[in-house]
Write a protein that binds this ligand. Structure first.
Ligand SMILES: [Zn+2]
Length: 72
């Protein structure tokens, strides 16, 4: 299993919400690295519900990109 995947959504930071649904209910979570935040081996990441990713992920063959729309 990836070291970015967790069984529970983090509750330590009350301001932490999923960028797709803007909520913080419990559920399987993946820490998604934030582009442009890499410093050495460290990178900022945002906790995101895995179900939200699965339900919203799209693939653009023309752009060779996979992605989805987020609320922030
Ligand atoms: Zn979500």
């Amino acid at each position: 299993m990836s070291n970015r995947v967790f069984e529970h959504f983090p509750k330590t930071n009350i301001k932490s919400v999923c960028p797709i649904c803007y909520k913080n209910h419990d559920g399987a979570t993946v820490l998604v690295p934030i582009n442009g935040t890499q410093e050495g081996f460290n990178m900022e990441a945002v906790p995101t519900h895995i179900q939200c990713v699965i339900d919203n992920l799209q693939y653009s063959k023309e752009q060779k990109l996979m992605g989805l729309e987020t609320k922030f």
